[in-house]
Design a protein around this ligand. Structure first.
Ligand SMILES: Cc1cc2nc3c(=O)[nH]c(=O)nc-3n(C[C@H](O)[C@H](O)[C@H](O)COP(=O)(O)OP(=O)(O)OC[C@H]3O[C@@H](n4cnc5c(N)ncnc54)[C@H](O)[C@@H]3O)c2cc1C
Length: 463
């Protein structure tokens, strides 16, 4: 079956959101006040609100969401919940070499905290701590991966190299040459059910949630901060911003974050014969080791989610819903899937969608505050925020409390990434990087002059 034929029946809706949704909370009408107002009900905002209430049940917490909780990246991602706060050990070592051991420990504690919160709040999100297998499909990738166990060990982690036969015994593809297995640093979960479960937990603890309530502006609010919405106004003592890749409420953020589109497909459920042909008994998440890489995993009902590779930036940073559909990328993804699993020939895709990722120049979250410390923000996860958003929520609360903690002392928290240049240089730079990454993959990993320049000035990416 051709890639095009396998796509003919797809629904252009995120697999995870394709079903009944909880009733939206009421839109804000009229004036109100709150001790803490959180903007954005993706994971960043939901964790910040939940953690604030857990720490102080008497605190008045208000959560404002432009549409409905979890509709954006948080409800449509791959569901890889990683302990890594730095988008991988190599990226972390490149940027924060002195504190990587601490960051890795905090990341593991954070993943344990998510597992505990899921259990404590009874969040039914199919949380499975199955780990992740990163596979090499070219000899240069295998050489790179062989170095990872030693790098991980030096920062207190454990991952193991598996040769070709060991990898293929786990998940079978003729393209695999070896891989590295991280047994418990990553969990697989249903992203939309995590977002909805966090929302329900927030409501149970007394967080007031207003959906369909875009915050239009931050205003002066006497001793606090004012937030303007279409039909209401909030007077807040403190404000936490979790608006990810969307147009920011603080102008300064627009030079640090660019919206980049990531796309995914989901297949129909595998038959028992197809499952036998591919293996996957341990249900690990998988990722390729190339510069442009796929991530893929199985769902509860044994479909395969297959995403990544293309990372598309539109001139001017458009975040239009119509960009969710990208037939050219869907075809490319389907073709790569078929080349990886030729034994699944005939398998069709049922869902195809896209979502926007908040990319920053260091490929991992950053924080900051404004208005005399009364407003704090977190953004920049660059495609690895399912786990890191909980840590980010804790940092937001530390910053708003003005408290010095182990987290706020981190260089990662104190230092911001380099800003992106304005258009048209921004678009040209991102496009050159994408093309350079594709070329390096095609040339045995050899990085051309543009990528080498980025590496030299500390802007290269290596997860
Ligand atoms: C296709 C795809 C696959 C991904 N796969 C993975 C993965 O497998 N693992 C992983 O770790 N990460 C993955 N990610 C990234 C991950 O989903 C994000 O890092 C994470 O969800 C970010 O959460 P967030 O709350 O910061 O942002 P979002 O989920 O985008 O939430 C931001 C919210 O803020 C709201 N908002 C914005 N502006 C305003 C305003 N002015 N007023 C009110 N509300 C506002 C928006 O409506 C939105 O609901 C993926 C992302 C995509 C798109």
């Amino acid at each position: 079956m051709t890639a095009a034929a396998a796509l003919t029946d797809v629904r252009h809706v995120p697999f995870w959101l394709d079903g009944p949704a909880p009733d939206a909370g009421p839109a804000l009408a009229g004036p109100t006040s709150a001790d803490l107002t959180v903007v954005g009900a993706g994971y960043t905002g939901l964790w910040a609100a939940l953690l604030a209430k857990e720490a102080d049940p008497g605190r008045d917490v208000l959560l404002l969401e432009a549409r409905t909780a979890g509709w954006a990246a948080s409800g449509r991602n791959g569901g890889f919940c990683s302990a890594s706060l730095t988008h991988g050990v190599r990226n972390g070592l490149d940027r924060f070499p002195g504190e990587m051991a601490t960051l890795e420990r905090l990341g593991r504690e954070n993943l344990d905290g998510i597992e505990k919160a899921v259990a404590d709040h009874g969040i039914d999100c199919s949380f499975e701590r199955t780990g992740e297998l990163t596979v090499a499909t070219a000899p240069w990738q295998a050489d790179d991966l062989r170095e990872l166990p030693a790098l991980a060990k030096a920062v207190g982690d454990h991952v193991e190299w598996l040769d070709r036969d060991a990898v293929r015994a786990k998940v079978d593809s003729p393209t695999y040459l070896g891989g590295v297995l991280d047994r418990d640093g990553v969990a697989m979960l249903d992203p939309a059910r995590l977002a909805r479960g966090l929302r329900a937990a927030c409501l149970r603890l007394g967080v007031r949630i207003h959906e369909n309530t875009p915050v239009q502006a931050l205003e002066d609010g006497g001793a606090g901060v004012g937030l303007r919405t279409p039909y209401g106004r909030v007077s807040a003592r403190r404000v936490a911003l979790g608006t990810n890749a969307f147009p920011p409420l603080l102008r300064r953020l627009s030079s640090y974050v660019v919206p980049v589109w990531d796309y995914a497909l989901v297949t129909e459920p595998l038959s028992p014969e197809q499952r036998q042909a591919v293996g996957w008994a341990d249900r690990h998440g998988l990722a390729h080791a190339g510069n442009l890489f796929h991530y893929y995993r199985v769902t509860d009902d044994w479909r395969i989610l297959w995403g990544g590779y293309d990372a598309v930036y539109h001139y001017g940073g458009r975040t239009d819903d119509r960009l969710d559909r990208n037939p050219e990328t869907f075809l490319r993804l389907a073709g790569h899937f078929q080349a990886t699993f030729p034994q699944l020939d005939g398998l069709r895709f049922t869902h195809a969608w896209g979502g926007v990722i908040d990319t920053c120049s260091r490929f991992s979250a950053f924080w900051g505050s404004a208005r005399g410390g009364r407003v704090a923000y977190a953004a920049g996860y660059t495609g690895l925020g399912v786990g890191a958003t909980r840590f980010a929520g804790q940092v937001l609360l530390d910053l708003l409390a003005g408290e010095a903690t182990e987290r706020t002392a981190l260089e990662m928290v104190r230092r911001r990434p380099l800003p992106f240049p304005p258009e048209p240089v921004r678009w040209a730079g991102i496009e050159l990087t994408r093309r350079g990454a594709a070329k390096a993959d095609a040339r045995g990993g050899r990085r051309g002059p543009w990528l080498r320049t980025l590496d030299a000035v500390g802007l290269g990416f290596d997860s």
